[in-house]
Ligand binder design. Structure first.
Ligand code: SAH
Length: 288
């Protein structure tokens, strides 16, 4: 039996984005105390007397004193390896998502590898907006009836309960739970085959030679690491094609430069370079 692994649960923090109601925060603290979670972060909470949260959070002074208050979600997620954004709404394609049990299983495995995990919950009224969900590595939806919107503290209670329960599962059973993919398959999606991955690796190796990368890196080590990375990534077919296309373009670029031709450059309309690392106040209050 895997005993209650206090250290494992220590790797988790619960993040509440703009909670408005002290009773809800108190009930979250109570739920966390019951389930053995210690770290609570509030992002830009409404003005509230945190002592009032004691109404529903008996014997939780330790947690109360430990609360971290942040101005932005980015600040709350500093030092976190993987964050799970809890949403009452199911998203469609292009959002990596897991059901709660799978998310908990994955997160416990990551915690076992000493990674820091955040479970992020949204506002009572409007949940998390899309920009905030994009900051999370993965979306989590808790199964409900057609009425999907749980009370904030109830959602935290269910997630924390699942964490505690799975952390106490017999170790053999737990090791049988595979590390779940962060996946939301569109119909027709498939995983790139081993052959495709090797083809991509070969093209990548060629292009790294073309651009002189190996003058500063050991080829064998670098290629082996990239191979491990590609295997771990379990690339989708379309991601494989995207990477093959990029590698081909880098190769063309190198050839043009070699011939003294200045290649054409087109910037995306919205570049990652333009992203403000701090939350855009315009997004605050936008519905998910
Ligand atoms: N009215 C909002 C829900 C807010 S509930 C909406 O419809 O989007 C407050 C928070 O509790 C949510 O942001 C989410 O983090 C969590 N939550 C509520 N129901 C959930 C569910 N079924 N699955 C996952 N998280 C849920």
């Amino acid at each position: 039996m895997m005993c209650e692994n206090v250290n494992l649960l220590d790797s988790f923090k619960i993040v509440l984005v703009e909670p408005q109601n002290p009773i809800n925060v108190g009930t979250v603290i109570r739920a966390m105390k019951n389930m053995g979670l210690k770290h609570l972060t509030l992002v830009h909470p409404a003005e509230m007397d945190l002592q009032k949260t004691q109404i529903s959070a008996h014997r939780t002074e330790d947690l109360l004193q430990n609360i971290q208050i942040c101005d932005s979600l980015d600040q709350a997620l500093q030092g976190i390896h993987e964050s799970f954004g809890f949403s009452a709404r199911k998203r469609t394609q292009n959002w990596a998502s897991l059901d709660m049990e799978a998310a908990v299983s994955r997160s416990l495995k990551l915690a076992q590898m000493s990674q820091k995990i955040a479970f992020v919950f949204g506002r009572e009224q409007s949940g998390l907006n899309n920009e905030e969900l994009k900051r999370c590595s993965c979306l989590v939806h808790i199964e409900t009836s057609d009425y999907t919107s749980l009370n904030l503290a109830q959602a935290v209670l269910l997630a924390s309960y699942s964490l505690l329960r799975q952390s106490r599962m017999p170790s053999a059973a737990q090791s049988e739970v595979p590390l779940q993919r962060l996946d939301n398959f569109a119909p027709g999606t498939r995983i790139a085959t081993q052959d495709e991955r090797i083809r991509l690796l070969k093209q990548l190796e060629n292009v790294l030679v073309e651009i002189g990368y190996f003058k500063s890196a050991d080829p064998n080590t670098a290629i082996h690491r990239i191979q491990n990375l590609l295997n771990r990534a379990e690339l989708h077919n379309d991601e494989y094609h995207l990477l093959m296309g990029i590698v081909a373009e880098v190769s063309n670029y190198a050839k043009l430069v070699e011939r003294g031709i200045q290649p054409e450059k087109i910037r995306p309309a919205k570049s990652l370079n333009d992203l403000d690392p701090l939350a855009d106040p315009q997004n605050i209050g936008k519905l998910e």
